[in-house]
Design a protein around this ligand. Sequence first.
Ligand code: UFG
Length: 324
Amino acid sequence: MTWLITGGAGYIGAHVVSQAANSGLKTFVVDDLSTGISTRLKSEIELRKFSLQDTSSLQALFQEHDFEGVVHIAAKKRVGESVERPDYYWQENVVGYQNLLGVMAKHDVKNLVFSSSAAVYGEPNESSDSLISESTMCSPINPYGETKLECERLSEAFSGETGAKVISLRYFNVAGAGRPDLGDQYIFNLIPIVFDALDRGQQPQVFGNDYETIDGTCVRDYVHVQDLAKAHMDAMEHVVTAQPFYLPINIGTGYGASVAQVLAMISEVTGQKIDPIVAPRRQGDPASLVADVSRAAEILNWNSEQGLREIVSSAWDAWQLSHK
Ligand code: UFG
C-alpha cells in the first residue's frame, strides 16, 4: 500500500521519499512546490501539485487512493519569516494540517508521522549542558515554533478522537545530504550560510562568543538528514503495528557541536581558512540545544549513524553541485 508524503519534494521530504523507495515502500507526493523542487523526485514517484489549503483536491486524492498512512512534512519553516508573518504561518502550517486531518478522519486513515521541531521547546530553562528530553516543557519563542506545537496538540487530539497512531518527530538541527542532488538549496541555516560566505570570499559571522558553553559559542545538535529520513521509516513501521497512541520523539544525535566546532569542520572539509567575525548574540538563541535521544532508541530502535564530518562533507558536495 502507498504512503502519502506531504512536502515530499522538499529537502527533507525528498530524502524520506528516496529512502522509502530504496526499502520498497510506495509513496505518493503532494507538494505545492513553493519551496519544493520536483526534479528531486525520480520520475516513477507520483507528484500532485496543490496546497493543503485546497480541501477539495485533498478529498479527491483520498477518494482515488487507499493510503496506508501519511507522513506530513509540508510546512513553512523560516523562523524569521514567521515573526514577520505570523498569520500566514498559522494559515499554512496549522490550517493546512487541520484540513489534512479532517480528510484523513473521513477516509479512516489512521497511521501518521508528523514533522515537528525542537523549536517547540523554545529556550529551555535548564543548565546549558543538560539534554532536552520530550518531557521538557514546551514553550516556543516564535510563531514557527507555536505552529509546530499547535500541530502536535492537533495530532494528539486526532489520535484520541479517531484511534489513530501518531508520532511527532521533533527534529533538532538537520543538515547534510543523502545525495548531492538532494541537498538543501536555501541559505537559511549555519552550514549553507558559511558556504555562501566562503563562495563570496567573505568571512562568516558567529553570533556571540560569550555563552556559557565549551568555547563561548552556541551549541546545537546537528543530525544528518539521511539519519532523519531513516527515523521516518522506523516511525512509519512502528505506527502501522501499534495500538492507538500519540507520542513525540526527539530526533538528534545526543551530541552537541558549537558554532566554532562547526566552522572548524567546514574549514577542514573545504580546505579553506576561516577567520570568523564575532557578531552580537542573535535574539532568541539558547546557549545549548542538545537532544536526549533515548526515547527514539527505545521506541523506534533508532540511533543516528553519521557525525559532523559526514554532515559537513555531504552538504559541501551538494552545495558545489547546485552553486557552481
Ligand atoms: N549562527 C551563527 N552565524 C550565522 C548563522 C547561525 O553563528 O550566520 C549560529 C546561530 O546563532 C545558532 C547556530 O548557528 O547558534 C545554528 O543556527 P541556525 O540558524 O542554523 O539554526 P537554529 O538552531 O537557530 O534553528 C534550527 C532550525 C529551526 C529549528 C531548530 C531546532 O532553523 O527551524 O534548529 O533546534 F527549530
